[in-house]
Design a protein around this ligand. Structure first.
Ligand code: AQP
Length: 339
């Protein structure tokens, strides 16, 4: 942290756009649980306002928001310790998002690769919200004066933009008000790759279901997908350097290391020299052992949606208590009036 006046506080979010994957779990959720256990104050948001930057069926959005909350809790997030809520219940996100639309520059947003990937050739037809997504993300984080943001590697550029917005706001208004955040992009699985193509990120929108492990997959499906995962004909190396230029092998070993909570080198010191025919069954056993209890608990929690709604509403009240004075002060700095 470059500015010690801000107490450590973690913020992160996930879109309730359905289809949670192993990438979301290893790149985000698992880290959230570790950070909670480290005792740092943490705020986690179901970013439904981000999800609607592409069309969402309203009933699906409601269900996916609850399912995402169930995913957080089933993965080990304790709503008494960490704040869990959905973004649309805290209107300050949209209010600060607008302010940051006036701080961020067109050129900054034009450089965002996620927008380019998601818009593809359809640039003229996608929503304005998809383009300004990163300014709302900056608002999500800075609304809480969060200092640490655990995310997968795909969010790195958005976090750099968040830093730029904080720096420009502080500079333009001659204040030291918003913290310059630290991305937390660490561990062996910061970018979990497709099981079918080691050069592509594992993602819910990949047309091939075999490319990803969904958090809702049962043990048989997990086993089938990992057995079919693309590999190469060589045996596994004994050191991480031996995985260079072997993207599919690197991906599977990294997934194993993240699930086993160890390093890639430690895994390779055990499995170096083995063929995939021996390694894959080990990976299947580990994945089923770690993931099945989460999907089972998610299903159990989803039987009582009223309880999930209660947890989210309580989280929103706690989140607003932090956000509201920060937005008050932002408005005051800018000469705006908040009644
Ligand atoms: N493959 C991944 N590896 C590591 N981390 C990942 N994350 C997502 N995919 C991977 C991390 O999960 C968090 C939530 O991200 P999101 O809400 O933006 O989810 P997403 O990026 O919409 O998920 P997808 O599957 O990638 O969706 P599509 O297909 O729509 O693009 C973030 O911390 C993200 O880094």
């Amino acid at each position: 942290m470059s500015d010690s006046k801000f107490a450590p506080r973690v913020f992160s979010g996930i879109q309730p756009s359905g289809g949670l994957t192993l990438g979301n779990y290893l790149g985000a959720l698992k880290k959230f649980v570790t950070m909670q256990n480290d005792g740092i104050e943490a705020i986690y948001c179901m970013v439904d306002l981000h999800a609607i930057t592409v069309w969402q069926d309203p009933e699906d959005l409601r269900k996916n928001t609850r399912e995402l909350a169930a995913f957080f809790i089933a993965s080990g997030l304790d709503p008494q310790k960490s704040i869990l809520f959905n973004q649309s219940q805290v209107p300050e996100h949209a209010q600060l998002g607008w302010v940051f639309n006036t701080v961020a520059r067109m050129g900054w947003l034009n450089r965002m690769t996620q927008f380019k990937d998601k818009a593809g050739k359809n640039k003229e037809k996608v929503s304005v919200g998809l383009f300004s997504y990163p300014t709302l993300m900056a608002a999500d984080i800075l609304l809480y004066h969060a200092t640490h943001v655990p995310v997968g590697d795909d969010q790195k550029q958005h976090l750099e933009l968040t830093r730029d917005i904080a720096i420009k706001f502080n500079h333009d208004y001659k204040v030291d008000f918003f913290p310059v955040i630290e991305p937390v992009i660490e561990g062996p699985a910061t970018r979990v790759m497709s099981l079918r193509d080691g050069s592509k990120k594992m993602s819910k929108s990949d047309p091939s279901d075999l490319s990803r492990i969904n958090m809702s997959d049962d043990a048989d499906m997990i086993a089938k997908k990992l057995r079919k995962a693309k590999t190469d004909p060589d045996a596994l190396p004994s050191e991480a350097a031996g995985l260079n230029d072997r993207p599919e092998a690197k991906n599977l070993v990294s997934i194993y290391a993240a699930l086993a909570e160890t390093s890639v080198d430690a895994v390779l010191s055990d499995v170096g020299g083995k063929q995939f025919s021996e390694f894959k069954p080990m990976l299947v056993d580990l994945a089923v052992e770690k993931l099945s209890p989460i999907s089972g608990e998610m299903s159990r929690l989803m039987e009582d949606t009223a309880e999930i709604d209660r947890v989210l509403a309580q989280g929103a009240t706690r989140a607003r208590a932090i956000a509201s004075p920060i937005l008050d002060k932002t408005y005051d700095i800018m000469g705006l009036v908040r009644s």
